[in-house]
Each structure stands twice: as C-alpha cells, then as structure tokens.
Design a protein around this ligand. Structure first.
Ligand SMILES: Nc1nc2c(ncn2[C@@H]2O[C@H](COP(=O)(O)OP(=O)(O)O)[C@@H](O)[C@H]2O)c(=O)[nH]1
Ligand SMILES: [Mg+2]
Length: 251
C-alpha cells in the first residue's frame, strides 16, 4: 500500500548511480509519495531516465542541478524546495539501492509520532559490507558521541534518516560546511547541539559489487581528510558549548 503524505517526503540526492537510482525511486514510490530526487550534475543519463519516469507519475519530482555540488548541497536544495511547498519533514536515502525502501513507512511513522526528533537509521550490516568501511565508521561514531556528550547518536554516517526541515535548514544555511560527505555526521552532531533529540532505528544496509550495479563515490583519502577536518571543527564547537552541554546532561 502506498501512503500519500502532505507533510513528509522522501528526498533522494543522486550523483552518477547508473540504473540503481531508477530502481530505488520505483521502490520508494511503491510505499511512499511524494518522492523527490535531486540529480546533482550527473552525466550518466539518469536525469533523463528519471524525468521520463516523472512524466507518468505526478508523485515524483526531479530537480536537476547543472553541475555537481555534493550530497549535502543537493539535500539543502531539496530542503529549501520542500519548505517552500509546505512540507515539514524529509526522509533522506541513498540513490544507489543500499538503503531499505520497504522501511520508509516505519521511519516516517516514528517521525510523525515524534515530529521534533530526528530519526536516525542504525545500519545492520550483512556479509557484503567491507570491513574497512564498517570499522572506519566506529571512529566517526566515537567522535560524534564525544562531541554531543553522549546525546545518543547511534550511527553518525548512515544517510537513511528523517529530518525535521526547519532546524536542519537553519543549521545548514548558517554554515558553508556540510555540503559533501561531511553532511551526515556534522548535521547529526549539530542537530543534537540545537536540542533536536535523536531516535535510532535499525535498518539493514547492502553493499553491491560492480556486477550488481554497485557504485560508490567515497574516496578513501579525500573523504577521510574531509571527515577529520570536520571533527576538528566540531571539537572547537564542542568546547564552546561545553557548559551548555554539561548543564543539559546533568539537568
Ligand atoms: N547529490 C549528490 N549525492 C551524492 C554525491 N555523492 C554521493 N551522493 C549520495 O550519497 C549516497 C552515498 O554515497 P556513495 O558514493 O554511495 O558512498 P558510500 O555508500 O558511503 O560508498 C549516494 O547513494 C548518493 O545518494 C554527490 O556528489 N551529490
Ligand atoms: Mg553507496
């Protein structure tokens, strides 16, 4: 059964995913509408494929950015459009089929029950997950928990989440950061600082190999450098906010 919502949309930032994004959008549309995609300067023909799909489906909206701005920038573009259209919450999911579209209704229901909270997916890995990626995120999670004094971020990197639009927009528009792969961890920390409570929900994640159409734009050196710089930045913010965080913690 497909739910039609006037408050919650599915927002998919996409960059050169090949056929996976069309598959992902179809899965999402089957359980939840509307679904919006921000095609971020893709050069693989997916903008055209999605536009063609949207012609026959009014619940699908496709935004096409002329050049690549990064995941966070694409999400912000979608957020601004969503706010203008009166939507209050967005569920973000990866365009490459790694996230479970069949769990969209459960995540949305949690957000509808707790509209002031952010619903964070907590990945459940299977044997397809590369050990390097699984272990790498433990480092980011450790930092995120320190930076928030243990506010309860279950996973700092997973992109399957439901955000309240207003605080997320405020946080992003005030800052030049969070435009690329630093988006997921930095917004999780800053939302906690802002007083938005995280709720964690487990969700399976799949890794596809190239034969199965798997694509990743994560570049180990480039993106780990970006994430390290992000945590340095967040530690400065942490020390500035320490009195407030301590007061909240022990209240
Ligand atoms: N709009 C946009 N989205 C991106 C970009 N890079 C990654 N993404 C999105 O972020 C998701 C995760 O990125 P991916 O490259 O799959 O990284 P991985 O899953 O961590 O290996 C993708 O499925 C896209 O939805 C980008 O440059 N622009
Ligand atoms: Mg991926």
């Amino acid at each position: 059964m497909t739910t039609q919502s006037h408050s919650h949309i599915v927002l998919i930032p996409s960059y050169n995913t090949g056929a996976k994004v069309v598959e992902t959008v179809r899965h999402a549309l089957a359980v939840w509408q509307p679904v919006w995609v921000v095609v971020d300067g893709s050069t693989d023909g997916t903008a055209e494929a999605l536009q063609a799909l949207a012609l026959n489906n009014s619940a699908l909206k496709v935004f096409t950015l002329a050049r690549n701005h990064g995941k966070g920038a694409a999400v912000l573009h979608g957020l601004q459009q969503a706010a203008a259209a009166g939507y209050t919450h967005v569920l973000t999911m990866d365009a490459d089929g790694q996230h479970p579209a069949d769990m969209i209704p459960e995540f949305m229901a949690m957000s509808i029950a707790h509209p002031d909270a952010v619903v964070l997916g907590k990945p459940v890995f299977d044997a397809s997950a590369p050990a390097l990626r699984v272990n790498g995120r433990k480092v980011s999670n450790w930092w995120a928990n320190l930076e928030t004094l243990g506010a309860g971020i279950g996973d700092s990197l997973f992109g399957f989440r439901v955000y309240p639009v207003k605080p997320l927009r405020q946080i992003m528009e005030r800052s030049p950061w969070m435009r690329r792969f630093d988006f997921d961890p930095e917004v999780a920390v800053r939302l906690c600082w802002h007083g938005v409570r995280p709720i964690n929900l487990a969700a399976p994640v799949r890794y596809f190999n190239a034969d199965e159409g798997g694509v990743s734009h994560f570049k180990y050196l480039r993106d780990n450098t970006l994430l390290t710089w992000m945590h340095i930045r967040l530690m400065f913010g942490f020390f500035l906010r320490l009195p407030v965080l301590l007061w909240r913690r022990f209240r």
